[in-house]
Design a binder for this molecule. Structure first.
Ligand code: TRP
Length: 309
Protein backbone atom coordinates (compact mmCIF):
# COMPACT_ATOMS: atom_id res chain seq x y z
CA UNK A 1 0.00 0.00 0.00
CA UNK A 2 1.15 3.54 -0.75
CA UNK A 3 2.05 5.72 2.19
CA UNK A 4 -0.65 8.15 3.16
CA UNK A 5 0.04 11.75 2.14
CA UNK A 6 1.66 13.93 4.78
CA UNK A 7 -0.95 15.59 6.97
CA UNK A 8 -0.05 19.14 5.93
CA UNK A 9 0.89 19.36 2.31
CA UNK A 10 0.63 23.13 1.77
CA UNK A 11 3.66 25.42 1.67
CA UNK A 12 5.29 25.22 5.12
CA UNK A 13 5.52 28.99 5.50
CA UNK A 14 1.81 29.65 5.06
CA UNK A 15 0.10 29.04 8.40
CA UNK A 16 -3.30 27.50 7.81
CA UNK A 17 -6.15 29.31 9.53
CA UNK A 18 -6.99 27.41 12.68
CA UNK A 19 -9.94 25.14 11.92
CA UNK A 20 -12.84 25.86 14.21
CA UNK A 21 -12.95 22.37 15.65
CA UNK A 22 -9.22 21.84 15.96
CA UNK A 23 -9.34 22.63 19.63
CA UNK A 24 -12.29 20.70 20.92
CA UNK A 25 -12.35 20.53 24.70
CA UNK A 26 -11.88 17.07 26.16
CA UNK A 27 -14.92 14.83 26.35
CA UNK A 28 -14.85 15.11 30.16
CA UNK A 29 -15.02 18.88 29.95
CA UNK A 30 -17.81 18.78 27.39
CA UNK A 31 -19.88 16.39 29.47
CA UNK A 32 -19.51 18.71 32.45
CA UNK A 33 -20.52 21.67 30.26
CA UNK A 34 -23.86 19.99 29.54
CA UNK A 35 -25.02 21.02 32.98
CA UNK A 36 -24.36 24.67 32.19
CA UNK A 37 -27.47 25.94 30.44
CA UNK A 38 -25.53 28.67 28.67
CA UNK A 39 -23.07 26.26 27.14
CA UNK A 40 -25.50 23.44 26.58
CA UNK A 41 -26.63 24.06 23.01
CA UNK A 42 -23.10 24.38 21.63
CA UNK A 43 -21.91 21.48 23.79
CA UNK A 44 -24.66 19.18 22.55
CA UNK A 45 -23.56 20.00 19.04
CA UNK A 46 -19.86 19.38 19.72
CA UNK A 47 -20.42 16.13 21.61
CA UNK A 48 -22.81 14.80 19.03
CA UNK A 49 -20.65 15.79 16.08
CA UNK A 50 -17.51 14.29 17.55
CA UNK A 51 -19.06 11.32 19.32
CA UNK A 52 -17.09 8.78 17.30
CA UNK A 53 -13.80 10.63 17.58
CA UNK A 54 -13.20 10.80 21.30
CA UNK A 55 -10.40 8.86 22.96
CA UNK A 56 -12.81 6.80 25.00
CA UNK A 57 -16.41 5.68 24.64
CA UNK A 58 -18.53 8.53 25.85
CA UNK A 59 -21.52 6.32 26.76
CA UNK A 60 -20.32 5.37 30.29
CA UNK A 61 -19.24 8.96 30.82
CA UNK A 62 -22.67 10.26 29.84
CA UNK A 63 -24.43 7.66 31.94
CA UNK A 64 -22.37 7.89 35.14
CA UNK A 65 -21.55 11.58 35.34
CA UNK A 66 -23.59 13.72 37.66
CA UNK A 67 -26.65 15.37 36.14
CA UNK A 68 -25.92 14.45 32.53
CA UNK A 69 -28.80 12.10 31.85
CA UNK A 70 -31.13 14.51 33.62
CA UNK A 71 -29.88 17.30 31.36
CA UNK A 72 -30.52 15.18 28.25
CA UNK A 73 -34.02 14.25 29.44
CA UNK A 74 -34.67 17.92 30.11
CA UNK A 75 -33.79 18.67 26.49
CA UNK A 76 -36.31 16.08 25.37
CA UNK A 77 -39.25 17.07 27.52
CA UNK A 78 -38.59 20.75 26.82
CA UNK A 79 -39.90 20.37 23.28
CA UNK A 80 -43.02 18.34 24.08
CA UNK A 81 -45.08 21.57 24.03
CA UNK A 82 -43.91 22.16 20.43
CA UNK A 83 -45.41 18.87 19.28
CA UNK A 84 -48.99 19.98 19.59
CA UNK A 85 -49.73 22.43 18.16
CA UNK A 86 -46.79 22.07 15.79
CA UNK A 87 -44.40 24.92 16.49
CA UNK A 88 -41.01 23.21 16.43
CA UNK A 89 -38.33 25.26 14.70
CA UNK A 90 -35.46 23.72 12.76
CA UNK A 91 -33.00 24.98 15.39
CA UNK A 92 -35.00 23.34 18.19
CA UNK A 93 -35.17 20.14 16.19
CA UNK A 94 -31.39 20.14 15.61
CA UNK A 95 -30.73 20.75 19.26
CA UNK A 96 -32.90 17.91 20.51
CA UNK A 97 -31.56 15.62 17.79
CA UNK A 98 -28.05 16.23 19.10
CA UNK A 99 -29.28 15.16 22.53
CA UNK A 100 -30.88 12.09 20.95
CA UNK A 101 -27.62 11.21 19.20
CA UNK A 102 -25.98 11.10 22.63
CA UNK A 103 -28.75 8.86 23.93
CA UNK A 104 -28.04 6.62 20.97
CA UNK A 105 -24.45 6.24 22.19
CA UNK A 106 -25.80 5.14 25.57
CA UNK A 107 -28.26 2.74 23.91
CA UNK A 108 -25.51 1.21 21.77
CA UNK A 109 -22.94 0.59 24.49
CA UNK A 110 -23.02 -2.90 26.05
CA UNK A 111 -22.41 -1.54 29.57
CA UNK A 112 -25.11 1.12 29.49
CA UNK A 113 -27.79 -0.55 27.33
CA UNK A 114 -29.60 -2.37 30.13
CA UNK A 115 -29.43 0.49 32.64
CA UNK A 116 -30.81 2.72 29.86
CA UNK A 117 -33.75 0.34 29.47
CA UNK A 118 -34.28 -0.22 33.19
CA UNK A 119 -34.51 3.54 33.61
CA UNK A 120 -37.24 3.52 30.91
CA UNK A 121 -35.50 6.22 28.91
CA UNK A 122 -36.82 4.97 25.53
CA UNK A 123 -40.43 5.89 26.34
CA UNK A 124 -39.43 9.56 26.56
CA UNK A 125 -38.88 9.39 22.80
CA UNK A 126 -42.27 7.92 21.99
CA UNK A 127 -44.09 11.26 21.71
CA UNK A 128 -41.71 12.05 18.82
CA UNK A 129 -42.70 8.84 17.07
CA UNK A 130 -46.34 9.61 17.56
CA UNK A 131 -46.33 12.81 15.48
CA UNK A 132 -47.89 12.90 12.04
CA UNK A 133 -46.29 16.02 10.58
CA UNK A 134 -44.18 15.49 7.50
CA UNK A 135 -42.11 18.67 7.66
CA UNK A 136 -38.36 18.42 7.89
CA UNK A 137 -37.93 19.24 11.55
CA UNK A 138 -40.43 16.56 12.64
CA UNK A 139 -39.11 14.06 10.15
CA UNK A 140 -35.58 14.55 11.49
CA UNK A 141 -36.88 14.11 15.02
CA UNK A 142 -38.65 10.87 14.09
CA UNK A 143 -35.65 9.50 12.28
CA UNK A 144 -33.22 10.30 15.09
CA UNK A 145 -35.57 8.82 17.70
CA UNK A 146 -35.92 5.66 15.62
CA UNK A 147 -32.12 5.57 15.48
CA UNK A 148 -32.02 5.16 19.26
CA UNK A 149 -34.52 2.27 19.15
CA UNK A 150 -32.67 0.81 16.17
CA UNK A 151 -29.47 0.81 18.21
CA UNK A 152 -31.24 -1.14 20.96
CA UNK A 153 -32.54 -3.88 18.65
CA UNK A 154 -29.32 -4.21 16.66
CA UNK A 155 -27.96 -6.72 19.15
CA UNK A 156 -30.31 -9.66 19.47
CA UNK A 157 -31.36 -9.63 23.10
CA UNK A 158 -34.66 -11.13 24.31
CA UNK A 159 -34.76 -8.76 27.25
CA UNK A 160 -34.58 -5.72 24.99
CA UNK A 161 -37.34 -7.09 22.76
CA UNK A 162 -39.55 -7.96 25.74
CA UNK A 163 -39.12 -4.45 27.05
CA UNK A 164 -39.97 -2.82 23.72
CA UNK A 165 -43.03 -5.02 23.27
CA UNK A 166 -44.25 -4.08 26.73
CA UNK A 167 -44.01 -0.39 25.83
CA UNK A 168 -46.07 -0.86 22.64
CA UNK A 169 -43.41 0.30 20.25
CA UNK A 170 -44.97 -1.66 17.37
CA UNK A 171 -47.92 0.65 16.65
CA UNK A 172 -45.49 3.59 16.69
CA UNK A 173 -43.25 1.88 14.17
CA UNK A 174 -46.28 1.08 12.03
CA UNK A 175 -47.17 4.74 12.05
CA UNK A 176 -43.78 5.74 10.67
CA UNK A 177 -43.95 2.90 8.14
CA UNK A 178 -47.22 4.45 7.07
CA UNK A 179 -46.24 8.10 6.76
CA UNK A 180 -42.51 8.59 7.30
CA UNK A 181 -39.88 9.45 4.71
CA UNK A 182 -38.21 6.58 2.88
CA UNK A 183 -35.30 6.53 5.31
CA UNK A 184 -37.41 6.57 8.46
CA UNK A 185 -39.69 3.92 6.93
CA UNK A 186 -36.57 1.83 6.43
CA UNK A 187 -35.42 2.20 10.04
CA UNK A 188 -38.94 1.53 11.39
CA UNK A 189 -39.25 -1.59 9.24
CA UNK A 190 -35.82 -2.73 10.39
CA UNK A 191 -36.97 -2.38 14.02
CA UNK A 192 -40.14 -4.38 13.35
CA UNK A 193 -38.07 -7.01 11.53
CA UNK A 194 -35.71 -7.37 14.49
CA UNK A 195 -38.63 -7.59 16.91
CA UNK A 196 -40.51 -10.28 15.00
CA UNK A 197 -37.33 -12.27 14.43
CA UNK A 198 -37.48 -12.82 18.18
CA UNK A 199 -39.94 -15.59 19.08
CA UNK A 200 -41.78 -13.40 21.58
CA UNK A 201 -42.10 -10.69 18.93
CA UNK A 202 -43.57 -13.06 16.36
CA UNK A 203 -45.98 -14.42 18.93
CA UNK A 204 -47.01 -10.90 19.88
CA UNK A 205 -47.76 -9.75 16.34
CA UNK A 206 -49.61 -12.97 15.50
CA UNK A 207 -51.63 -13.03 18.72
CA UNK A 208 -54.68 -11.32 17.19
CA UNK A 209 -55.94 -10.79 13.67
CA UNK A 210 -55.97 -7.03 14.28
CA UNK A 211 -52.26 -6.98 15.03
CA UNK A 212 -51.40 -9.25 12.15
CA UNK A 213 -53.40 -7.22 9.65
CA UNK A 214 -52.11 -3.93 11.02
CA UNK A 215 -48.62 -5.10 10.06
CA UNK A 216 -49.61 -6.90 6.85
CA UNK A 217 -51.53 -3.87 5.60
CA UNK A 218 -48.73 -1.42 6.20
CA UNK A 219 -46.20 -3.78 4.59
CA UNK A 220 -48.47 -4.08 1.55
CA UNK A 221 -48.91 -0.35 1.38
CA UNK A 222 -45.16 0.27 1.49
CA UNK A 223 -44.72 -2.22 -1.35
CA UNK A 224 -47.20 -0.24 -3.43
CA UNK A 225 -45.09 2.86 -2.84
CA UNK A 226 -41.93 1.03 -3.89
CA UNK A 227 -43.33 0.29 -7.34
CA UNK A 228 -43.12 4.04 -8.06
CA UNK A 229 -40.17 4.89 -5.87
CA UNK A 230 -37.70 2.03 -5.60
CA UNK A 231 -35.65 1.49 -2.46
CA UNK A 232 -33.68 -1.77 -2.35
CA UNK A 233 -32.99 -1.49 1.39
CA UNK A 234 -36.61 -0.97 2.30
CA UNK A 235 -37.68 -3.80 0.02
CA UNK A 236 -35.18 -6.10 1.71
CA UNK A 237 -36.60 -5.42 5.18
CA UNK A 238 -40.17 -5.79 3.96
CA UNK A 239 -39.45 -9.16 2.39
CA UNK A 240 -37.63 -10.33 5.52
CA UNK A 241 -40.70 -9.40 7.58
CA UNK A 242 -42.99 -11.39 5.27
CA UNK A 243 -40.66 -14.37 5.37
CA UNK A 244 -40.61 -14.30 9.15
CA UNK A 245 -44.41 -14.09 9.29
CA UNK A 246 -44.56 -17.37 7.38
CA UNK A 247 -42.86 -19.04 10.38
CA UNK A 248 -46.15 -18.67 12.22
CA UNK A 249 -48.63 -21.22 10.84
CA UNK A 250 -51.68 -18.98 11.11
CA UNK A 251 -49.92 -15.95 9.65
CA UNK A 252 -48.56 -18.11 6.86
CA UNK A 253 -52.05 -19.32 6.13
CA UNK A 254 -53.46 -15.81 6.14
CA UNK A 255 -50.79 -14.68 3.66
CA UNK A 256 -52.10 -17.14 1.07
CA UNK A 257 -54.83 -14.63 0.37
CA UNK A 258 -53.20 -11.45 1.66
CA UNK A 259 -49.83 -11.38 -0.05
CA UNK A 260 -49.59 -8.42 -2.47
CA UNK A 261 -49.42 -9.64 -6.07
CA UNK A 262 -46.34 -7.49 -6.72
CA UNK A 263 -44.38 -10.07 -4.73
CA UNK A 264 -45.60 -12.89 -6.97
CA UNK A 265 -45.53 -11.35 -10.44
CA UNK A 266 -41.87 -10.38 -10.72
CA UNK A 267 -42.46 -6.62 -10.36
CA UNK A 268 -39.24 -6.33 -8.35
CA UNK A 269 -37.12 -8.75 -10.37
CA UNK A 270 -34.81 -6.09 -11.81
CA UNK A 271 -34.35 -4.65 -8.43
CA UNK A 272 -33.38 -7.90 -6.82
CA UNK A 273 -31.02 -8.92 -9.57
CA UNK A 274 -27.97 -8.02 -7.55
CA UNK A 275 -29.33 -9.05 -4.17
CA UNK A 276 -29.13 -12.81 -3.91
CA UNK A 277 -30.04 -12.88 -0.21
CA UNK A 278 -33.31 -11.02 -0.66
CA UNK A 279 -34.14 -13.12 -3.71
CA UNK A 280 -33.68 -16.26 -1.64
CA UNK A 281 -35.84 -14.84 1.15
CA UNK A 282 -38.59 -14.05 -1.34
CA UNK A 283 -38.32 -17.50 -2.86
CA UNK A 284 -38.42 -19.19 0.55
CA UNK A 285 -41.41 -17.09 1.59
CA UNK A 286 -43.39 -17.98 -1.55
CA UNK A 287 -42.45 -21.60 -1.00
CA UNK A 288 -43.64 -21.54 2.64
CA UNK A 289 -46.93 -19.99 1.59
CA UNK A 290 -47.38 -22.52 -1.20
CA UNK A 291 -46.80 -25.34 1.27
CA UNK A 292 -49.39 -23.92 3.64
CA UNK A 293 -51.72 -23.77 0.68
CA UNK A 294 -51.33 -27.39 -0.37
CA UNK A 295 -51.51 -30.45 1.84
CA UNK A 296 -53.03 -30.16 5.24
CA UNK A 297 -52.33 -26.45 5.66
CA UNK A 298 -52.22 -24.80 9.04
CA UNK A 299 -53.97 -26.44 11.94
CA UNK A 300 -57.53 -25.29 12.22
CA UNK A 301 -56.93 -23.62 15.58
CA UNK A 302 -54.26 -21.38 14.03
CA UNK A 303 -56.63 -20.33 11.31
CA UNK A 304 -59.26 -19.48 13.86
CA UNK A 305 -56.98 -17.16 15.64
CA UNK A 306 -55.91 -15.00 12.71
CA UNK A 307 -58.77 -15.19 10.29
CA UNK A 308 -61.39 -14.86 13.00
CA UNK A 309 -63.14 -17.93 11.62
N1 TRP B 1 -52.81 -2.31 22.61
C1 TRP B 1 -52.75 -2.61 21.21
C2 TRP B 1 -52.67 -4.13 21.05
O1 TRP B 1 -52.12 -4.73 21.94
C3 TRP B 1 -51.53 -1.99 20.61
C4 TRP B 1 -51.59 -1.96 19.14
C5 TRP B 1 -52.28 -1.05 18.38
C6 TRP B 1 -50.95 -2.83 18.25
N2 TRP B 1 -52.06 -1.30 17.08
C7 TRP B 1 -51.26 -2.38 16.96
C8 TRP B 1 -50.11 -3.92 18.42
C9 TRP B 1 -50.79 -3.04 15.83
C10 TRP B 1 -49.63 -4.58 17.29
C11 TRP B 1 -49.96 -4.14 16.01
O2 TRP B 1 -53.13 -4.69 20.08
Amino acid sequence: MANPPPPHSGPPSAPAPAAKDEKIPTEEQLVLDLCNSELREETLYLLSKNREKFQQDIAPLLWHSFGTMAALLQEIVAIYPSLSPATLSQAQSNRVCNALALLQCVASHPDTRMPFITAEIPVYLYPFLNTTYRTRQYEYLRLTSLGVIGALVKVDDHEVIAYLLSTEIIPLCLRTMDLGSEISKTVATFIVQKIILDDAGLKYICATRERFFALANVLAQMLEGLVEQPSPRLLKHIIRCYLRLTDNPSACHALRTHLPTVLRDGTFNDFLEKDLTTRLWLHQMLHNIAMANSGGGAPHTGLNRIMGM
